[in-house]
Design a protein around this ligand. Structure first.
Ligand code: GRF
Length: 193
């Protein structure tokens, strides 16, 4: 069994799709949800599915490696960032080398990096007059949004699309593709053993 930990800071709609996607899987399951935001919607979603949760704060995450013990306790071998707004510290990147994936709501390398998340991204895409946007799923390294790109999907934009409308189109792509890409990456690791 491959156990996944999902790290998220917000509402958790991607986390919910991932949890549902693997609900009946014999090989892969979401065994922990980690959040830096007490009260985040993702924690309610986890609880509704009977999935353990772990809250982190900056001191724990950046000045200790306690999270590694928590991940070990839940036999986690793969980490998924689904709307997690903090930079992943080096010790965690190294402990899960090649096994942390992130989804970014734009076509990297454009519209990425520190501060480029959520509505900020879609506002920048609109301001630039882009005719398409999309999603990027990538491996995570020690810099925001710079790991190897695994998958991208695009959606056409209309000139009168608001940033919110762009966000809705992009979120649909996230929900459609993220669970399947996670499964493919994990399966590739299993096959490579
Ligand atoms: C998504 O737009 C994702 O691309 C970004 O954070 C957002 C998470 O949304 N990384 P949700 O919390 O999964 O609804």
């Amino acid at each position: 069994m491959t156990n996944i930990a999902i790290f998220a800071s917000g509402g958790g709609s991607n986390a919910e799709k991932i949890i549902e996607y693997f609900k009946d899987s014999e090989r892969i399951k979401v065994s922990l949800v980690v959040s830096n935001k007490p009260g985040a919607g993702v924690l309610t979603i986890a609880a509704a599915h009977g999935i353990p949760t772990q809250i982190i704060d900056r001191q724990m995450f950046y000045e200790s490696e306690t999270i590694l013990d928590v991940l070990e306790k839940h036999h986690v071998s793969f980490v998924v960032l689904a709307g997690f707004l903090w930079l992943v510290p080096g010790y965690l990147v190294r402990a899960f080398s090649g096994k942390i994936v992130n989804i970014h709501p734009a076509l990297l390398p454009k519209y990425g990096g520190k501060g480029m998340y959520g509505a900020n991204v879609h506002a920048a895409v609109k301001a630039a007059g882009e005719t398409q946007s999309g999603i990027t799923i990538h491996l995570v390294n020690e810099h925001y949004d710079e790991g190897d790109i695994i998958f991208q999907a695009t959606c056409p934009l209309e000139t009168n699309d608001t940033a919110a409308e762009i966000g809705r189109k992009v979120l649909q792509l996230e929900h459609r593709h993220f669970p399947e890409i996670i499964e493919q990456v994990i399966q590739a690791h299993i096959n490579a053993r």
